[in-house]
Structures are given as structure tokens and as C-alpha cells.
Design a protein around this ligand. Structure first.
Ligand code: AMP
Ligand code: GLY
Length: 423
């Protein structure tokens, strides 16, 4: 199969690393791709959201399968474009994509489907927000509707704190994502876990799970980021947690999608809070996670390309690929001031191969003088091991080795990935 991978982050680099090892992958292309995908295939300088240009180029190149990485491409209808042209595509439609791109749509959908999720209230003005917060008990999570690149959610401790934040958002028109609608949500207590299920329109099959670390600093301190590291598989969840997710979340969601005549072809990322009463959905994403993918791909065995193609075809063959019973830890190396600023870095060493593990580039490009990274999350450094502790030890040994290779280039990272339960 000739495969086109859409996207340019470390998630796509990790996907391309695994796809390149798949027996059924004969040629690999990425658009726009990054320094990593360029090392194992051809990059096309086409934005991930430009469905028309992607389709034209894919038809020229006889692409057999398109795999969509980022939600921005789903929201732009890129999967629909390919499906209309009868090209196999792993990634849901723009319409189903609203499960991620609109918090309010997702909430209404979950309520209708009977999927467990925090109680909430949608508001469209500060006056309505004030009214909704009157008599609010406990912490309140404030979520801007629409795509806000991970910056649209603020977890507050009280109604007072939420009110002051909303006053600022509404009076200065600073609602992340640029919309006017906000969801106010009951704050859940528990442990977070990301479960990835593959959908073929007829069912959802859990594929793998991971825990990520969203805060910038050690011990889960500092501002929220896109994710500073992850480990897989998660530890200390009930032995039957996947069965619980299947029956409480995946089965009812599938039934509601089918009632709407929607076929979900792609990966569904269930962001869950494991509470005293079981799983509650914090969010759905319609794509693989970043950095979770960087700790899932090193565990994958079998023919991953054929596996994704079978789902895209509407008849998943679950035996084509699986995750091995090993642990994986991934540590994100970010530019110094991330997440406050994403300062570009020039001339990083192009060779990030590791004897025991793999390093995946974030947004970046290869140049004659090395790799230019766009800044923010620069690399995810992953390693597997028989236990979580061994995987962590190797991942940090890899970080130390790369730090030596990078010399004067200072990258920041957390020291505790895989050490404490992520929140
Ligand atoms: P989201 O973008 O919806 O995943 O939210 C980002 C982060 O905010 C999540 O990973 C959680 O850590 C936190 N969060 C979101 N909703 C809730 C909630 N209802 N209760 C507690 N924490 C939440
Ligand atoms: N790891 C968080 C995300 O991919 O949204």
C-alpha cells in the first residue's frame, strides 16, 4: 500500500515510524510532515487542512490509504474529501469530528447516548454564566467551545474563581478559540486515563491505553501544556477497566452514532476520569493523542498499516496488530519557555537515533545545517522495558544521551514522567 500520513507533529512521526515497519506499507508520504517523517518517506509541502490540494496530489501519487493525524484536518473535512473520491481514509468525517471540535456538541451527544460524563451547563454570555454559577457547589471546570489548541479549559476550585475568569473572558472578548459559548462543568475527582478505540463503523475495539502528563512542571505543577510525557500501559486501574469502558462508553456511543446514520472510521480517543463510580468521559478526541502515540507505537506488533486499512474499509481485522505486554515511557523535550512561548530552534543535530528506543520530532524541518524545530514540543524520547521502572530508566538515559549530542542547545523537560500517577 502507498500511504499518505497527514500532519507534522511527534504523533505523526511516531505513526510513520510504525507504519514504515509494516509489511503492507510499500511507500510512505507525509503532508506536511517533519524532520522525522522526511527520514523514512517523502514530505509534501501541503498544509494538513488543505483537503483539495491533498486529494489532487494523492491522486497523482496513487495513494491507497490516507491516515489523518490532527483534529484540524478532521475539522477541515479532509477525510470527507478523500471518501468522496473513493480513497480509503482512516479518520472520521467533519460531522462526527464535532465530538472533539465542539465541547457543547460532545456534551449533548454524550447525554443523549447515556455516556457517563460530568454535569454541565452551556452559557453564551456573562450574565448567563453568573446565573449558572449561583448556588454552584464544588470546583468548576470552564471550557471554551470550539478548537482552542488545548488552551480552552481552565480547572477552577470554586464558583467564585470561575466567575472572575468568565468576567475577564466575556468583558475583554478573550474567549480562547474566538467563540462566545462556554461550557461550565462539575469538577470530577479521580485518575485520568486515555483509552484509544478503533472504529470501523460497526463497532469500537479498544486498542491501547496510556496516561499523559499535561502540566509543565514536575509533580504536576505549572501551566497546562499539550503534554510533557506519557506512559503505557496505565498502572493501578481495575483489571476489567477496558470491559467497563466498552460497556459504559463505547457501546452506547456507537448506538447513538448508528442512530444518526454516522459511521465512525478512525481512532476514538476517550479522555476519562476514573472516579469512585467508574469511568466518566472528560472529552472525546477524534484522533490519536500526542504524546500518547509516542508511547503506543513502540509497543505495536503486527501489521499496523493493514490494521488501520481494515478499519478504514469498514471491517476491522483486530488480529492484524496488537500492543505487546511491555511498558513504554516517553519524555517530551520542549523549548525553554514552553508553554509561554514556542521559540524556534535552529540547527539541531539531525541524528536522533538511539540504541534502545526512539526519538520523535515535533513540528520541524530538515535543513543543510541540521533540523530547525518550530519550538514548543521539540522531541519525544521514548523507550520500552519489561516494567514501567525499566522503561523510565531507559527513556531518561536516552534523554541524557541526546542532551550530550545537543551540546549548548538547552531543552526543558520533566524529570518525573512515569513516576507518579498523572492527574
Ligand atoms: P479537556 O481539554 O476537556 O481534556 O480538559 C483538559 C484537562 O482539564 C483534562 O485533561 C483534565 O485534567 C481537566 N478537566 C477537564 N474536565 C474536567 C472535569 N470535569 N473535572 C476535572 N478535571 C477536568
Ligand atoms: N494528550 C492530549 C491530546 O492529545 O489531546
Amino acid at each position: 500500500m502507498r500511504i499518505l500520513l497527514v500532519g507534522n507533529g511527534a504523533r505523526e512521526d511516531a505513526l510513520s515510524w510504525q507504519l514504515a515497519q509494516s509489511p503492507s506499507c510499500s511507500a510512505l508520504f507525509a503532508a506536511p510532515g517533519n524532520a522525522g517523517t522526511a527520514s523514512r518517506g517523502e514530505n509534501w509541502a501541503i498544509p494538513a487542512t488543505d483537503g483539495r490540494a491533498l486529494l489532487a496530489r494523492a491522486q497523482e501519487a496513487n495513494i491507497d490509504l490516507v491516515i489523518i493525524g490532527p483534529e484540524t484536518a478532521i475539522a477541515a473535512g479532509v477525510a470527507d474529501k478523500f471518501r468522496e473520491a473513493n480513497i480509503l481514509v482512516f479518520g472520521p468525517s467533519r460531522s462526527v469530528g464535532r465530538l472533539e471540535t465542539s465541547k457543547i456538541f460532545a456534551k449533548r451527544f454524550m447525554e443523549r447516548a447515556g455516556v457517563p460524563t460530568a454535569r454541565s451547563k452551556a452559557v453564551h454570555s456573562f450574565a448567563a454564566a453568573e446565573k449558572a454559577l449561583t448556588g454552584w457547589v464544588g470546583g468548576c471546570v470552564v471550557k471554551a467551545d470550539g478548537l482552542a489548541a488545548g488552551k480552552g479549559v481552565v480547572v477552577t476550585d470554586s464558583a467564585h474563581e470561575a466567575r472572575e475568569l468568565l468576567r475577564e473572558w466575556y468583558t475583554s472578548e478573550k474567549i480562547p478559540g474566538g467563540g462566545t459559548s462556554v461550557l461550565l462543568e462539575e469538577r470530577l475527582v479521580g485518575r485520568e486515563i486515555s483509552v484509544f478505540a478503533i472504529g470501523d463503523g460497526q463497532r469500537f475495539v479498544p486498542f491501547a491505553s496510556a496516561c499523559d502528563y499535561k502540566r509543565a512542571g514536575d509533580g504536576d505543577t505549572g501551566p497546562n501544556t499539550g503534554g510533557m510525557g506519557a506512559y503505557s500501559p496505565p498502572l493501578d486501574f481495575p483489571a476489567d477497566y477496558l470491559e467497563q469502558v466498552q460497556s459504559a462508553v463505547l457501546d452506547p456511543l456507537l448506538a447513538a452514532l448508528q442512530a444518526d446514520g454516522e459511521a465512525y472510521l478512525g481512532v476514538l480517543y476517550c479522555g476519562l476520569m476514573w472516579t469512585a463510580t467508574g469511568p466518566q468521559v472528560i472529552e472525546f478526541n477524534v484522533r490519536f493523542g500526542d504524546p500518547e502515540t509516542q508511547v503506543l507505537m513502540p509497543r505495536v506488533r503486527g501489521d499496523f498499516a493493514a490494521y488501520l486499512a481494515s478499519a478504514a474499509r469498514g471491517a476491522l481485522e483486530p488480529d492484524l496488530a496488537y500492543v505487546a505486554d511491555v511498558s513504554c515511557v516517553g519524555v517530551v523535550l520542549a523549548s525553554a519557555e514552553y508553554p509561554t512561548r514556542s521559540t524556534p530552534i535552529h540547527g539541531l543535530p539531525a541524528d536522533v537515533t538511539l540504541a534502545a528506543g526512539a526519538a520523535f520530532w515535533g513540528a520541524s524541518a530538515s535543513t543543510e545545517s541540521g533540523v530547525d524545530a518550530a519550538g514548543g514540543r521539540v522531541l519525544t524520547v521514548s523507550a520500552t522495558g519489561a516494567t514501567l521502572a525499566l522503561a523510565r530508566e531507559q527513556a531518561y538515559a536516552n534523554v541524557a544521551e541526546l542532551a550530550t549530542r545537543f551540546g549548548a542547545q538547552q531543552l526543558s523537560y520533566r524529570r518525573d514522567i512515569g513516576m507518579l500517577p498523572s492527574r
